[in-house]
Design a protein around this ligand. Structure first.
Ligand SMILES: *Cc1c(COP(=O)(O)O)cnc(C)c1O
Length: 365
């Protein structure tokens, strides 16, 4: 019996093989490889898709976080407030800018920051809040945006996992002051390599990110902003993203259907509880369950040929490289949940047969 993979990126390529290969060939034969017409098309198309005024392509999601934080915290004092359960990307970006972090605990139902946990920590000086829409489920973007507006704190949305999520027809990435996306190959909108974007409707923030991503230039060879770097989305990746962008809503719906199928088979008394993904405010990026005896459960899936993973096994404040600056931090929900989360296979090109095989194991847990 063939195994059920955790993901299979080749199937996504195969689904649009003709369109992707001709786009790549078009770029190769155009002689223009960085910031050309494909990139301009993508920036325009992606801003329109999200429903914001500006999009800047960048080299990765982590670079996006770095550039967005650099732009919004310019001239501000204080730490970056974020969750500790989101893979460490915001911590990496903030620390690379010399910014310190305050971790707020997450809501036990959404596993994202909530307005109460943020309110509890914004009494101290805060340079920015980063809300990660974890697993593709939108956190309380409206509530946290309102709190941030009231306190004059910039809000960054990390939408690396939530591309296309929408609530009342408003997409994630349009609630805060600025938002970041990753096009790492396993994301819901993935490139054939690294890529990212920063979106905003604030013109001066957009200008700042555009300068900082390219040496601080406002014009060729004119460095008008300090702290710049080279972080560009290249023409090949932009061409792939242009082919894939129109598929995102359809793919997200398929991911949600897979998670719903998993949710439907669990018995009420099962120790394995799926986190649901029913509405369009969830992209179904990851199919995550909570289970008490994770090791034994993983072994059951593995014995049945079903690959699993954990996103993420270690909260930021406990990471060896970060823990010295986070000593004494206690995040009961984050810590408890990190020991119980288990990710099951979920990608749009999974076959019905593969989904059934995962369901069969869920029913036996
Ligand atoms: C993947 C991811 C990132 C980082 O994106 P890269 O392109 O790999 O740098 C940031 N935040 C979240 C929530 C992610 O899932």
């Amino acid at each position: 019996m063939t195994a059920v993979p955790f993901n299979d990126l080749l199937r996504a390529y195969d689904e649009q093989r003709q369109a992707i290969t001709s786009a790549l060939q078009r770029v190769a034969e155009s002689g223009w490889y960085v910031h050309g017409p494909e990139h301009a098309d993508f920036e325009r198309g992606f801003a329109e898709f999200i429903g914001v005024d500006y999009c800047a392509g960048v080299a990765s999601g982590t670079d996006g976080l770095m550039l967005a934080l650099q732009a919004v915290t310019a001239g501000r004092q204080g730490a970056v407030v974020t969750a500790a359960n989101a893979g460490g990307y915001t911590s990496t970006a903030a620390r690379s800018l010399g910014l310190s972090l305050i971790y707020a605990d997450v809501n036990p139902d959404t596993l994202c920051l909530d307005v109460n946990s943020v309110r509890a920590v914004v009494e101290e000086p805060v340079a920015a809040v980063v809300l990660t829409h974890l697993y593709g489920r939108m956190g309380d973007a409206e509530g946290i945006a309102a709190l941030c507006r009231e306190r004059g704190i910039p809000l960054v949305e990390d939408c690396a996992q939530s591309v296309g999520a929408e609530r009342h027809r408003q997409r994630s990435g349009s609630f805060g002051d600025i938002a970041t996306f990753s096009f790492y190959p396993t994301k819901n909108l993935g490139a054939l390599g690294d890529g990212g974007a920063v979106v905003t409707s604030n013109e001066s923030l957009a200008q700042s990110v555009r300068r900082l991503r390219q040496y601080g230039w406002s014009d060729k060879y004119l460095v008008s902003q300090a702290g710049g770097r080279n972080s560009r989305l290249d023409e090949m990746q932009a061409a792939v993203l242009n082919v894939r962008l129109s598929k995102v809503d359809e793919w997200n719906a398929r991911r949600r259907a897979i998670i719903q199928a998993y949710s439907a088979v669990g018995r009420a008394t099962s120790p394995l509880k799926m986190l649901t993904a029913t509405g369009r405010d969830h992209t179904g990026h990851l199919a995550v369950a909570l289970v008490d005896d994770r090791d034994a459960t993983r072994a059951m899936f593995s014995a049945a040929g079903v690959a699993t993973d954990v996103h993420y096994p270690m909260p930021d404040h406990l990471q060896p490289a970060f823990s010295s600056s986070a000593s004494g931090v206690r995040l009961p929900v984050t810590e408890r949940v990190s020991e119980r989360i288990l990710s099951l296979p979920c990608f749009p090109q999974m076959t019905d047969h593969e989904i059934e095989r995962v369901c069969d194991v869920i029913a036996r847990v």
